[in-house]
Ligand binder design. Structure first.
Ligand code: SF4
Ligand code: SF4
Length: 389
């Protein structure tokens, strides 16, 4: 672990604020919400890492399980009371994970995920040639010097819901007359989750591979489907020589091409869930709300916890694939869909394929199908209450 982290880790005094939002009532740390042990909150992790670094406890599978159940949602970064450590909290957890990956003490699900990424280049263990299958029949051109590259990432390439979202977004970009192309089977993983899970060497390899492809194709501007890819391209790639002009697709329709966006009417009450990697990680709260607010008929209502205070869907930091928190009433996905229902909204709008899948499953698990539907922002704009996204 980096010296700058070991030097400050003792400054956490376990006040416990980091697991709460500003209302000091709900629990906003997904792993604490599920397990209700202090060890699974940010302060508990800090204390355990300190004990491990000082030799008071041995690295163990139990400690690995605690470390890898953090969804890297950054609620603790938002709420920790100690300025000198708050910004480093998640970096410290990821750094500790790196040490555990290097020693081989990692949960089996993390090992499986990293192995799949290493062998197949994607977590679904699917062939590289299938990466562009989501665009079949849409007539989307291959990237060939257009103004933007539309990058869909692992979930957009292989996950059923992610593919649906990719199709809706690409259709919207096409209908708005945006000059863009895709890499299809040439697209490679952005490496964001691999980095969050502590496999720094593999993350670097994946990121360099993607940078090489972008450079060879002359890509300068990129639109991402997922906030996770957006985060990697924005915050990790520049230091590796892969600086691009990066937009999440909601920013494209918020900042750039709102006037070209189809404005089909949708008379519905909608609440928006802030994805952690767009909100807390990259401070973008405005664009998705602006896009939704541009749709005639939509009445936008906020959940009790929104923007900086939003409860994570539980799928961040690789948990979407490793399922270290699991489902059930105390999973953050279930708590969040119940919170969305409390607003009276009939649509829970998302802007991330991970959130989409987590909430779609949670709505079914909670038996809320008749009360609320999960829809992607692009799908809502694209065809209102239809099924395109
Ligand atoms: S991480 Fe910050 S908020 Fe959390 S227990 Fe430590 S000092 Fe308190
Ligand atoms: S990043 Fe999120 S899941 Fe991880 S300790 Fe902080 S609040 Fe909990």
């Amino acid at each position: 672990m980096k010296q700058e982290y070991t030097d400050i880790i003792h400054r956490c005094f376990r006040c416990g604020w980091c697991k709460l939002p500003a209302n000091y009532v709900d629990f906003n740390c997904p792993s604490y919400l599920k397990y209700r042990f202090e060890s699974f909150a940010s302060g508990g992790r800090m204390w355990l890492i300190r004990a491990w670094l000082s030799g008071e406890i041995e690295p163990s599978e139990r400690l690995a399980r605690i470390l890898f159940s953090c969804t890297t949602c950054k609620n603790c970064v938002e709420t920790c009371a100690i300025p000198k450590i708050k910004d480093m909290l998640v970096d410290i957890f990821i750094s500790a994970r790196e040490d555990f990956v290097n020693t081989g003490i990692i949960p089996p699900a993390v090992r499986d995920y990293l192995k799949a990424m290493s062998i197949s280049g994607n977590p679904y263990k699917r062939p590289q040639e299938e990466r562009g299958a989501w665009s079949d029949g849409l007539g989307i051109p291959a990237y060939n010097g257009q103004e933007y590259l539309f990058y869909v990432g692992d979930e957009g390439s292989y996950d059923e819901i992610g593919m649906k979202m990719a199709r809706a977004t690409a259709g919207l970009l096409r209908d708005a007359g945006v000059s863009f192309g895709i890499l299809g089977a040439e697209e490679t993983s952005d490496g964001n989750e691999v980095k969050a899970l502590g496999e720094a060497g593999l993350a670097l390899h994946l990121m360099n591979e993607t940078i090489r492809t972008m450079a060879e194709r002359g890509v300068k501007k990129i639109i991402t489907l997922s906030p996770h890819g957006y985060n990697a391209f924005r915050n990790d790639y520049p230091a590796l020589g892969g600086a691009l002009e990066v937009y999440h697709y909601t920013q494209i329709f918020g900042f750039k091409f709102n006037d070209r966006m189809p404005k089909r009417r949708l008379d519905a009450k909608v609440t928006f869930h802030d994805p952690c990697y767009l909100g807390r990680w990259n401070n973008e709260y405005w664009a998705p709300r602006f896009v939704l607010g541009s749709v005639p008929g939509i009445s936008l209502v906020e959940m009790e916890r929104s923007r900086e205070q939003a409860l994570c869907c539980g799928g961040g930091g690789g948990n979407f694939f490793t399922d270290m928190i699991g489902s059930g009433r105390d999973s953050s996905a279930s708590a969040r869909v119940r919170e969305a229902v409390e607003t009276g909204a009939e649509i829970l709008a998302v802007a991330c394929p991970v959130c989409y899948k987590m909430f779609d499953d949670a709505v079914k698990a909670e038996g809320l199908e008749g009360k609320i539907r999960v829809r992607d922002v692009a799908g809502i704009v694209c065809d209102g209450a239809g099924d395109k996204g």
